[in-house]
Write a protein that binds this ligand. Structure first.
Ligand SMILES: *Cc1c(COP(=O)(O)O)cnc(C)c1O
Length: 802
């Protein structure tokens, strides 16, 4: 049905009529979207079956990627692309008078994640399938993903996201594979055959029902599975609990994604979600393994389980529980299997993000799991004692349970065979600072896997214009192997190529400008430099530094009519966690600044500030291809990797950034001459924290540019703001500027000035921009996933034939 336009068109029309009982001319866009979606899913199904069949019969090692978030975005376009039927569909639909891009907008943007961590999981799924690797996702089918953001009077307002409102064509409910998960209750001990045994009684049981989403590889038959668990009541409420209360509490488990990025909420419902994900996934993994192998003795040879951050770390005690209580193994054998099955990625060293659960919450909710964690802790502390006898302080610092708290990262390190960071500098900081005691004890466990992004979504699909130009210039090899993008560097000074490259960027800037005008009513100059910062709003990401720089430029333009700059459009996109007061103030500040700057005729030709509401995957796909400058200005050492930085680079934006996260490796790949680095290094930041010596007030008093902009936060410069921004002012001066915004302010102004001048030399700029695309191949998640497959999971490609 997808072999040519004509057969596609007739199949499409027939399917639409049978699905909706109406003729094409009476159908709505949503009907048409659903029709195409169903056709594609049917088309996928034979490959999906073949993949599962192959995995079953060959009994090859499988990897399961457990993640509390999967930030998938829309699937229609990427499925069509990966199946190689994008063009035939686009052309066939065109002839029916349907625009595929418009059709796509009828798909909800699946936002089951906060930001980088969840998007990484989604990129990994795409790479696993595209590399024919047997790797599957396990997650939660949240009824409401990350909130929709509206801006009202400059303030963020959160609305519940409703991605399932019109159904989801990609999912299949698998009621036959539902499992039960138990909370609360009591543990009864007994002795059988001289062995202590434990039984969980009076548990409150809920049902986990899987919904499967096919994960289609690029130009291959492999279709892996993303299994999302839905929480539902069992037919009869356990323990004679009130039916309505039970139903409400059960459904709450998969109702909402917690909207906190890099912040630990510590709410009991969150712990319930974590155990729900882990227990359902493990029961399922083990059932499959048993069907294929009969015994669990070889589990670690046939199964790898990866935990994306500590949220699924209960996989460790849950696997122990199954092996001990159900399989009746002895502790040592169970522990050996568990450690060799599980691997862990650390995503942050921010202390406010490290999960620590009070035992008084943990124990009653998960009584048997808690017992097992206690025993893991006791055995681990005994081991420490043997090596570090009388070193009480060290043992206390490394313990899994201490001072009434369960430290999830410690459990993850002790219970897995591999601990990886997500960029070189991040892994080094883990080894030398945050986790140095563990690194000393288990040096062999630590390794680095620098993050990546799928170039299929973020270049091929998001930027078809650039992709086409690349194929015309260097051939198509780069699609299979993005390292081949390097061939582009031969053309970086080729005038004819530069011109075409420029036209593509210009075209994408015009598209974005159109979107901006639709959404904000503001018309922007598409020849201005598009300077973009899109990411979650967080103090450490320093959107404030960007804002203060814009205020400085505005002040200069106002003071001195002979002062001119390269015209710029500053574009922001960012959601703030609903409870993050300070972050919300920054959103208000950006919007107040936009209001002021965009309506000032004196500066209008030079400066525009845009806040695009509801930053999400589908909007990101429109933004990255249109960017000239990528803002990656976190306080050095705070951003573990970043992945937005890679999406920008791949689309030819130049990075202005600190030596933080993967920016360091971007500089290595592209060369120091093609990136704009400024500010404190991680080491300098660390020295300030350790030795003191930073006084933000000194920078404020000694640099009039800083003083003026900072004063404007509170002196009536923003006419309607009142004391709105006092908290921001205080963070800089009263609380001594924890993130070194004022310390890095002058270097930032300098480097931005350099960027403005560089942009005015078009050939020079294009040379740098082309070099960025040419050197971006390293950051494909295919490279990352190959490294995980070989270095951690020990899984191999499986060719699926149909
Ligand atoms: C890539 C991406 C992120 C991560 O961006 P960073 O700049 O690395 O923090 C967050 N949200 C969305 C929608 C993304 O696509």
């Amino acid at each position: 049905m997808f072999s040519n336009k004509e057969s596609f068109k007739s199949a499409f029309l027939e399917k639409l009529e049978t699905m909706y009982g109406k003729s094409f001319k009476d159908s709505a866009l949503r009907d048409q979207y659903n029709t195409l979606g169903h056709m594609v899913r049917e088309y996928i199904s034979s490959r999906w079956i073949a993949t599962n069949e192959k995995n079953r019969t060959e009994n090859n090692k499988q990897m399961y990627y457990l993640s509390i978030e999967f930030l998938l975005g829309r699937l229609l376009g990427s499925n069509l692309l990966n199946l190689g039927i994008l063009d035939v569909c686009r052309e066939g639909l065109d002839e029916l008078g349907i625009n595929l891009d418009e059709l796509e907008e009828n798909e909800a943007d699946a936002g089951l994640g906060n930001g980088g961590l969840g998007r990484l999981a989604a990129c990994f799924l795409d790479s696993l399938a595209s590399l024919d690797l047997p790797g599957h996702g396990c997650g939660i089918r949240y009824k409401h993903g990350l909130f929709d953001q509206k801006i009202v009077d400059g303030y963020q307002v959160e609305l519940p996201e409703q991605w399932l409102r019109h159904g989801n064509v990609w999912e299949l409910r698998r009621h036959d594979q539902a499992v039960e998960v138990g909370f609360w209750g009591q543990i009864e001990a007994s002795t059988a055959n001289g062995r202590l045994e434990f039984r969980h009684t009076k548990a409150e049981t809920i049902m986990a029902v899987p919904y499967d989403i096919p994960v289609v590889g690029y130009e291959t038959n492999t279709v892996n599975t993303l299994r999302l668990w839905n929480a539902e009541p069992v037919p009869f409420p356990p323990n004679n609990k009130n039916v309505l209360v039970y139903k409400r509490e059960t459904e709450a488990v998969s109702e909402f994604l917690y909207p906190d990025d890099t912040h630990d909420e510590g709410k009991i419902l969150r712990l319930k979600q974590q155990y729900f994900l882990v227990s359902a996934s493990l029961q399922n993994i083990i059932r499959l393994h048993r069907e294929r192998n009969g015994s669990l003795r070889n589990l670690h040879e046939k199964v790898a389980i990866h935990i994306n951050d500590t949220h699924p770390v209960l996989a460790i005690p849950e696997l122990m529980r199954i092996l001990l209580d159900e399989e009746k193994m002895d502790w040592d054998e169970a522990w050996n299997i568990t450690v060799h099955t599980i691997s862990y990625t650390n995503h942050t060293t921010l202390s406010e993000a490290l999960e620590k659960w009070p035992t008084h919450i943990f124990q009653p909710l998960l009584p048997r799991i808690f017992m097992i964690v206690e025993e893991i802790n006791e055995r681990f502390c005994r081991e420490l004692w043997n090596k570090y006898t009388y070193d009480w302080k060290r043992i206390e610092d490394m313990a899994i349970i201490a001072h009434g708290l369960v430290k999830m990262a410690h459990l993850a390190i002790v219970g897995s065979h591999s601990v990886n960071g997500v960029a070189h500098i991040h892994t080094e900081i883990l080894k030398q600072r945050e986790m140095h005691l563990f690194h000393e004890f288990y040096p062999e466990k630590f390794n680095n896997k620098t993050n990546g992004i799928t170039h299929r979504r973020w270049l091929l699909k998001a930027n078809p214009q650039l992709s086409k130009l690349l194929c015309e210039t260097i051939g198509t090899e780069w699609i299979e192997n993005p390292a081949k993008l390097q061939a582009l560097s031969h053309y970086k000074q080729d005038a004819a190529f530069q011109e075409k490259f420029y036209e593509v960027k210009q075209f994408r800037k015009e598209l974005l400008a159109k979107r901006i005008e639709e959404q904000t009513g503001i018309r922007i100059d598409t020849h201005s430099l598009f300077d973009v910062q899109v990411k979650r709003l967080h103090a450490y990401k320093r959107q404030l530094l960007n804002v203060l720089h814009i205020m400085y430029l505005y002040n200069r333009l106002k003071e001195d009519s002979s002062f001119t700059i390269q015209p710029r459009t500053f574009i922001f996109g960012a959601k703030a966690s609903p409870g993050y007061y300070y972050a919300k103030k920054i959103i208000k500040l950006i919007n107040e600044l936009a209001e002021k700057v965009n309506h000032d005729p004196q500066t209008n030709a030079f400066l525009k500030v845009i806040f695009l509401e509801n930053y999400r995957v589908s909007l990101a796909e429109e933004i990255f291809p249109a960017a000239d400058v990528s803002e990656q200005i976190s306080t050095a050492s705070k951003e573990a990797s970043g992945t937005g930085n890679m999406k920008f680079m791949m689309n030819g934006a130049l990075t202005v950034g600190t030596l933080d996260g993967a920016n360091v490796e971007i500089r290595e790949e592209v060369g120091a001459e093609n990136i704009f680095i400024f500010g404190l290094t991680a080491e300098e930041v660390s020295n300030y924290y350790q030795n003191g010596g930073y006084r933000s007030a000194d920078y404020y008093h000694h640099d009039w540019r800083i003083k003026k902009a900072v004063d404007q936060l509170v002196n009536g410069f923003f006419p309607d703001a009142g004391d709105e921004f006092e908290a921001i002012y205080d963070s800089l001066l009263i609380q001594n500027d924890e993130y070194f915004v004022l310390r890095d302010f002058a270097p930032y102004i300098d480097v931005q000035e350099k960027i403005g001048r560089a942009y005015q030399n078009r050939n020079y700029w294009l040379d740098m921009s082309i070099s960025n695309v040419a050197q971006s191949g390293f950051f494909t998640s295919d490279r990352t996933i190959s490294q995980y497959a070989k270095g951690i999971w020990n899984i191999n490609p499986v060719q699926v034939v149909r």
